[in-house]
Ligand binder design. Structure first.
Ligand code: ADP
Ligand code: MG
Length: 692
């Protein structure tokens, strides 16, 4: 593949036909360059060979052994499955069993007495050590293994084999030389980074560990640099310290408390103090308020709104879902009844009503606008916006956060509230320009939510328990991963849908009121169900994750999550936070459809801790970097190699570099920065389309 264009189709690689190309495409690989950027999931070090006697359960190893005996030729048995083909191999120190399930031709390869090199992970099965489908090669007489010492292991999809992937990536290496360096020369030199061609080659097939380390460092640095430079550019003009407006009305935390039906916790009072200090100052506020579910962020937001409006400005509160926006609107318009003029702006408004409300915003007549994404439509303008609050920020793209901030003429104060405590490292990258306040205390009288997990066998008991809770006057949520059966092959995958559960529970609780809520229902229907549940008119609410964020129904005491293995930790924590909001003891039950390692570990974490910060850290370390950091959640590019749970130091360094670059060349338009600027641009293309 001498001199192959990195932009060429992956079809040029030997052995990639239309079918395999389609599978590769589903991994995001279309061109040879994509293949180079498809980094290994892990590596296998094949340089240190061990003797068979030294093989250990769960420790990947390379070893030479000869075939001692083979099982009979594979035979078919019922259901068309084959018996596995097993080979006993060994050396002077011991023997080990090699197992192949789809074993066509294996009996031709493994002939008694022949020598092979094996690479794989031994596992103990019924007391015996086995390797299932190990990599192997024919060993030339006493010869050395000729391949690479450190072998890449790629993520696979059905239809791809590890061997194919290794071969294709090796073939693509020829194109690595032609990938042009896009980091500015100065950055490469000052960061002591290896060049892009070297990095793209060594990340797949490194000579040794040092080469791998350097390649990895370069690629992690680059990824975090691009990300942070992109974010900084989005925020250009929104860095802390920018001139805003001083909100001088004489509203204090203690004074505002008089409007509330409760008194602030110490933490709320402190955070309100921090927010008020920002607002009094002429420097624009840029503050993130973190507080676990139920810690009372809404009251803090209300205090800020009150102070802004009393100082002569308008305020806006943007929530990620209609349900939540309506709930905030309900709470705040009740709280501010007769004091502030409040409007709700959502997407389903009739045209005339919408026009009237927008008129009120533009003229300054409306003091507070509460709403969803509908608030960042181009035709929404404020007369005198002084405060923009986004709730449950992790649900919004960065672009949207910026867009709402730009709705005012002057620079408004920004308050960002999040319930999913964001790990420090992630917050650093995402919100590096924000000041941070933490509400680290719960309102009094809260009891720990008793959490436990059960397998499928425990469902009956769980629903008996639900019946008892309802009998006592409580209400229950039942959350399922899907809306209806049949989505993504759910029936075979054994996943429960909200619709099928709704039917099942309606039958099971004939004298109770069971209702269904999901994202495909009409807004009117959703609202009706939600407000009825709030009012206590529904006993069991079967739902998808639409109820995940922020909804507050203090009388609900039981949260049942079906197929809990399908939900991330942070999401489970959010769901659990829907109960335990009143005085009664609350419960959360996770029903596991599968108890694979990950699912069981997540469930254990949930039963053991209710500390949202701990859960967030754990979530970050358990999930791949890409997942947590994906476009879906944050509206920013997915990370392929950087891991924010581990690469905090590199993030700090690359952030400094990004800042320096943008200070000297804000548009990244100087010749030496152009290639880098283009790359940032293309990465953030979709992000800027979100809301800017
Ligand atoms: P979150 O931080 O999850 O947004 P909310 O603001 O919805 O939490 O508050 C959760 C519940 O706690 C609400 O019912 C609210 O009225 C109540 N609450 C908030 N602060 C206090 C407090 N200091 N004392 C008593 N109840 C409070
Ligand atoms: Mg909230």
């Amino acid at each position: 593949m001498q001199g192959i264009d990195p932009q060429a189709s992956v079809r040029l690689v030997g052995g990639v036909g239309p079918r395999k190309a389609a599978v590769l495409e589903s991994l995001g690989v279309r061109t040879i360059k994509d293949l180079l950027y498809n980094f290994p999931r892990t590596y296998e070090d094949r340089r240190n060979r061990v003797s068979v006697g030294a093989l250990k359960d769960g420790v990947a190893a390379a070893f030479a052994a000869s075939v001692l005996s083979v099982s009979a030729k594979p035979a078919y048995y019922a259901k068309g499955k084959k018996t596995p083909f097993t080979v006993l191999v060994g050396d002077d120190t011991g023997a080990v069993e090699i197992v192949f399930f789809n074993s066509r031709y294996m009996d031709k390869i493994f002939v008694t007495g022949k020598q092979f090199l094996f690479f794989g992970m031994p596992q103990r099965n019924k007391g015996r050590l086995q390797l299932i489908h190990p990599d192997f090669e024919n060993a030339a007489e006493g010869g050395e293994y000729s391949g690479h010492g450190i072998m890449p292991i790629y993520a696979l999809k059905s239809g791809l084999s590890q061997r194919d992937m290794q071969k294709w990536h090796e073939e693509a290496l020829a194109a690595a030389e032609l990938v042009e360096e896009y980091l500015p020369e100065r950055v490469v030199a000052e960061g002591k980074l290896c060049g892009i061609s070297r990095a793209l080659s060594d990340i797949h097939f490194p000579e040794d560990k040092e080469a791998l380390r350097q390649a990895k460092y370069r690629l992690v640095f680059e990824e975090l640099l691009l990300l942070q430079a992109g974010l900084m550019r989005l925020k250009l003009g929104r860095e802390s310290g920018q001139r805003g407006t001083a909100k001088t009305a004489d509203v204090t935390a203690e004074g505002f408390e008089g409007l509330l039906p409760f008194s602030f916790t110490g933490a709320q009072r402190r955070v309100v103090g921090e927010v008020f200090a920002d607002m009094r100052s002429e420097r624009a506020m840029n503050r993130l308020v973190q507080g676990d579910v139920g810690s009372g962020k809404t009251a803090v937001a209300a205090a800020a709104i009150y102070k802004a409006v009393k100082s002569g400005y308008q305020a806006v509160l943007m929530a990620p879902t209609e349900i939540l926006a309506r709930q905030h609107y309900g709470d705040l318009s009740a709280l501010f009844e007769g004091r502030l003029k409040t409007a709700l702006i959502t997407s389903g408004l009739p045209a005339a009503e919408r026009e009237a409300l927008l008129g009120g915003l533009a003229s300054g007549e409306v003091d507070l606008a509460v709403g969803t994404h509908a608030l960042i439509q181009p035709d929404v303008a404020f007369g005198n916006l002084g405060l923009a609050i986004t709730d449950e920020q992790h649900r919004f793209g960065v672009g949207q956060r910026v867009a709402i901030a730009r709705k005012g003429g002057a620079v408004p104060d920004i308050l960002v509230m999040t319930a999913t405590p964001i790990p420090r490292s992630l917050a650093f990258v995402l919100y590096g320009d924000l000041d941070m306040s933490v509400i680290d205390e719960m309102p009094p009288g809260r009891r720990r939510i008793a959490t436990r997990s059960v397998g499928q066998g425990g469902r009956g008991e769980v629903y008996d328990f639900a019946a008892a809770e309802i009998e006592k006057g409580g209400q229950a949520y039942v959350v399922a991963p899907l809306i209806e059966d049949g989505e993504d092959g759910s029936v075979t995958a054994g996943l429960r849908s909200a619709e099928s559960l709704f039917e099942e529970l309606t039958e099971r609780f004939p004298s109770r009121r069971v209702a269904l809520l999901h994202g495909q229902m009409k807004q009117r229907e959703k609202d009706a169900v939600m407000s009825e549940f709030s009012a206590g008119g529904i006993d069991v609410l079967v739902s998808t994750v639409v109820i995940e964020v922020g909804v507050n129904v203090p009388n609900a005491t039981l949260m049942v999550v079906e197929n809990a293995e399908r939900f991330g930790l942070a999401q489970l924590h959010q769901l659990r936070g829907r109960v335990g909001r009143g005085r009664a003891q609350s419960y959360c039950v996770l029903i596991l459809g599968s108890e694979s390692g990950d699912a069981a570990e997540r469930a254990r974490a949930m039963t053991e801790t209710d500390d949202g910060f701990k859960i967030a850290e754990l979530d970050l370390s358990m999930r791949g970097p890409g997942e947590l950091f994906g476009v879906r959640q944050h509206g920013i590019p997915t990370l392929r190699i950087a891991d924010l749970a581990r690469h905090i130091r590199v993030a700090e360094r690359s952030k400094n570099t990004a800042r320096a670059l943008l200070e000297s060349d804000p548009m990244l338009a100087k010749p030496e920065n152009r290639a880098f600027g283009d790359k940032v641009e293309s990465l953030f293309k979709d992000v800027t389309e979100v809301g800017l």
